[in-house]
Design a protein around this ligand. Structure first.
Ligand code: G3H
Ligand code: ZN
Length: 281
């Protein structure tokens, strides 16, 4: 059934565990996430990024309707979330009946402008019962962005600034830069666990880890133990999906029907989803 991010986050926080959020690009992603969640017997968040909406020609309602239909029909509790929204028009096209939460991403802006834009997004969302996540610091590795040095000053989230940011914006959750980076295809990221603990201490709302595909299993477990409540995974699903499709096509060079390679690809992705969910205890 369809639930909301706010509800899953509150439950996870009370149980001192985390919710995994997986990026949806195609209908097969949504189906694989539902299957993986059913198999692991855990809830999950299905997230549509602004880039994925652009891929579908800007037709948010079409991909959101398909994704929420998959969620409603699933035996797992699944929420629908809009991810990395930079365009205020896209934010305002989110209807709370389907999309219960949005990550509004003004992290590219200087601090004061980030606060102003995010506070406005929060005001808009809270009037409609939409839960809002925002980012402070620079996780890096986003599409169209130059690569970042995760150790450079101003890249990692500062705990005192994070506390002020949450107070000034009213966000429901905070994405923080603690050593992970987006779009990693090797799981080699090392997290700053002391910083995670300091942020948890300083900030009254749940923390979100972006770029979790590049974070090793043990580091994810430690991050959850230290207080991360939302674990965002995108690239690892695509690595599994594309790897299985590629292997099938190499073994069957005359295959034509896309279902022939989408079946093993979707199944590989479901396995990856179940694996990440299994790390959350
Ligand atoms: O918001 C989405 C996540 O941060 C996904 O990052 O593709 O590196 O796992 P990833
Ligand atoms: Zn992200």
């Amino acid at each position: 059934p369809l639930t909301t991010t706010g509800e899953l986050m509150a439950e996870a926080r009370a149980a001192r565990t985390a919710v995994a959020a997986f990026n949806v690009i195609t209908l097969e992603h949504a189906e694989a996430i539902a299957t993986g969640a059913e198999r692991a017997d855990r809830p999950a968040i299905l997230q549509l990024s602004e880039n994925a909406v652009k891929f579908h020609g800007g037709r948010l309602q079409a991909i959101a309707a398909a994704t929420s239909a998959v969620a409603r029909a699933s035996g797992a509790r699944l929420a629908l979330h809009l991810d990395h929204v930079t365009d205020p028009d896209l934010l305002r096209s989110a209807h709370p009946e389907g999309i219960g939460s949005v990550m509004f991403d003004a992290s590219r802006l200087p601090y004061a402008e980030n606060v102003k834009a995010t506070a406005e997004a929060v005001r808009w969302g809270h009037e409609r019962g939409i839960w809002i996540e925002a980012e402070l610091g620079k996780v890096g590795g986003k599409e169209g962005e130059p690569p970042l040095d995760a150790h450079a000053p101003g890249v990692r989230t500062d705990p005192a600034e994070a506390a002020a940011y949450v107070a000034d914006t009213g966000v429901d959750a905070l994405a923080v830069a603690v050593g992970s980076s987006h779009a990693m295809t090797e799981r080699t990221a090392a997290l700053d666990h002391e910083l995670i603990a300091a942020l948890k201490e300083a900030v009254p709302v749940p923390l979100v880890l972006h770029g979790s595909s590049g974070v090793p299993d043990q580091e994810i477990r430690a991050a959850v133990a230290a207080g991360m409540v939302k674990i965002n995974v995108g690239t690892a699903l695509n690595t599994a999906f594309t790897g299985a499709a590629r292997a099938f096509l190499e073994a069957h060079p005359s295959a034509v029907d896309p279902r022939k390679y989408l079946v093993p690809a979707r199944e590989a992705m479901a396995g990856t989803v179940a694996h990440f969910l299994g790390l959350l205890g």
